[in-house]
Design a protein around this ligand. Structure first.
Ligand SMILES: [Mg+2]
Length: 93
C-alpha cells in the first residue's frame, strides 16, 4: 500500500466515523469550546490507553488505530462547529 493509498484509507475511516458520530450525537452540535476540548481530550486519552495496552499488555494495534480515528473525527467536528458558528458561549460556572 502506498502512502497515498494509506492516507486515502485513513481519511475514508475518518469520514465514516464522522457520519457515525453525527448519527449518534446529531448535527449540528451546539457545544462550548470547553466541551469540545474535553471530548477531544477524552478520545485522545482512549488512544493513549490503547497504546499502553499494546505496549504492556500485548493487545492489538487495531484499537490504537480505532481511537486515533475517533480523535481525528472529533477534531474535524470541533473545527466544523467553529466554522459553522455553532460553538456556544460558556454558561455561568
Ligand atoms: Mg473512542
Amino acid at each position: 500500500m502506498t502512502k497515498e493509498e494509506r492516507q486515502e484509507a485513513i481519511f475514508d475511516l475518518i469520514n465514516v466515523e464522522r457520519i457515525r458520530q453525527d448519527k449518534k450525537w446529531g448535527y449540528p452540535q451546539y457545544k462550548s469550546m470547553m466541551d469540545w476540548a474535553a471530548i477531544l481530550t477524552e478520545e485522545n486519552g482512549e488512544a493513549s490507553q490503547a497504546a499502553l495496552n499494546w505496549k504492556f499488555a500485548g493487545e492489538s494495534k487495531q484499537e490504537i488505530i480505532k481511537e486515533a480515528i475517533h480523535t481525528a473525527a472529533v477534531a474535524v467536528a470541533w473545527a466544523d462547529a467553529i466554522m459553522s458558528e455553532t460553538v456556544i458561549e460558556e454558561g455561568p460556572i
